[in-house]
Design a protein. Structure first.
Length: 127
């Protein structure tokens, strides 16, 4: 499975993107602000291609997607949430978007995660 995250809207509070699976739009994303220098908990992950796995999240106490080998980051997950305060450097997903907000996040995550659990290998490219 090839995920592609295209960042489309940037403000001083968040970064909104579009996530596709094998070239087909899946959902919107919300991340922290892109920065030249990482600030813990409030910086979007660097552009690049990452392997993605599924493992138990200590914070959320359930299985969630995790990105591997993200420079200067640990524990980057894909999960539900609506605003930048919910992310701490992770990628949030939602069905709708507005300024610094994504909506129907749990529904979008459940749909995405069901597809991810069926994949043998997952990569995520961010640009």
């Amino acid at each position: 499975m090839n995920l592609h995250l295209k960042r489309i809207q940037k403000t001083n509070k968040s970064t909104i993107g579009e996530l596709s699976i094998d070239g087909k739009f899946e959902c919107y994303t919300l991340e922290d602000v892109e920065r030249q220098v990482k600030i813990k908990g409030i910086t979007a992950i660097p552009k690049g291609t990452y392997k993605v796995g599924i493992s138990m999240s200590n914070r959320f106490k359930k299985d969630l997607p995790i990105l591997f080998n993200v420079p200067n980051f640990e524990g980057v997950r894909i999960h539900s949430g609506n605003v930048a305060e919910n992310t701490e450097g992770c990628i949030l997903v939602g069905e709708t978007k507005a300024l610094d907000f994504i909506g129907n996040s749990r529904k979008a995550f459940d749909k995405l995660f069901a597809k991810m659990k069926l994949a043998k290998e997952i990569t995520l490219t961010i640009d």
